[in-house]
Write a protein that binds this ligand. Structure first.
Ligand SMILES: Cc1cc2nc3c(=O)[nH]c(=O)nc-3n(C[C@H](O)[C@H](O)[C@H](O)COP(=O)(O)OP(=O)(O)OC[C@H]3O[C@@H](n4cnc5c(N)ncnc54)[C@H](O)[C@@H]3O)c2cc1C
Length: 235
């Protein structure tokens, strides 16, 4: 299906969110957590997967967030708006479950993307669910959706942010970071979740983070069926 880039928002120096307008008569049902494969019209062979970051309750468009890395993502991040992209139908079985009364989302880098969709969906639908997001980025400037994350916090979502290279911030003369520092560990997550043992864990993106945390969650008493991981690669 063709979709037109109708809005571009700069989230960080290397990450942008794109709104893709769908054809007026298009049916595009998806569940939060699913992704689309996208290619540039002059290079249809090189499709890449991007999580949908908008909520299924928002129709007529989908949004994706792209971190500029190499070939395709760099070309996407260089778009100016108005271009037509090829979008394949939504895919993926790693989706948010409405029945999870308490879910913890864990990510680093662009792995935060599908959690924006899940949070917008849960809030938009008025689900009586508790959600906590544990997110780490190298510096505060590398955290996407900053304003939205504080709006989510105002609506009751637990937003726990950590910065893994605070020294880079001091060297650049940026404002001091008052929040957490370092990578999220299971013990740090556990301290912030009073009903840790009843929580469903969704982990996304970094294979390294997922491989590090999953066995520790298991050891901490979380059953395998409540550790839901979506690995994008081994970065
Ligand atoms: C199910 C799924 C969902 C995805 N959703 C998103 C998304 O919402 N936003 C997004 O920016 N990317 C997402 N990706 C990654 C995306 O598909 C591309 O791999 C990425 O944009 C790099 O493409 P490229 O052509 O620029 O570089 P490539 O030549 O394809 O890859 C360059 C290198 O970057 C590594 N890499 C891939 N993804 C990442 C990443 N996210 N962070 C750090 N290193 C990475 C690869 O392992 C590879 O070594 C997703 C991947 C999968 C499998």
């Amino acid at each position: 299906m063709n979709a037109v880039v109708s809005q571009i928002r700069e989230e960080t120096t290397s990450t942008k969110t794109f709104r893709l307008d769908l054809p007026r008569d298009a049916s595009f049902p998806f569940a939060p957590g699913q992704f689309v494969r996208i290619s540039l019209p002059d290079d249809p062979e090189k499709a890449r997967a991007y999580s949908i970051v908008s909520s299924p309750l928002e129709t007529s468009y989908v949004e994706i967030t792209v971190e500029s890395l190499e070939e395709v993502s760099r070309r996407l991040c260089a778009l100016r708006g108005g271009e037509t992209l090829q979008v394949e139908p939504p895919q993926g079985k790693w989706t948010y479950r409405d029945e999870d009364r308490h879910a913890a989302f864990v990510a680093r880098g662009s792995g935060i993307a599908p959690f924006r969709s899940m949070i917008r969906y849960a809030l938009g639908k008025g689900l009586p669910n508790k959600i906590d997001l544990f997110y780490e980025a190298t510096t505060p400037e590398a955290i996407p959706y900053r304003r939205e994350l504080s709006e989510f916090a105002d609506q009751g979502v637990g937003i726990h942010l950590s910065v893994t290279e605070p020294q880079a911030l001091e060297m650049s003369g940026g404002a001091p970071w008052e929040g957490e520092t370092g990578e999220w560990s299971v013990s740090a997550i556990r301290q912030r979740l009073p009903d840790f043992k009843k929580t469903a864990f969704y982990l996304c993106g970094s294979g390294k983070q997922i491989d590090h945390l999953s066995p520790k969650l298991l050891k901490g008493g979380i059953p395998e069926e409540r550790i839901r991981a979506e690995k994008w690669g081994n970065y």
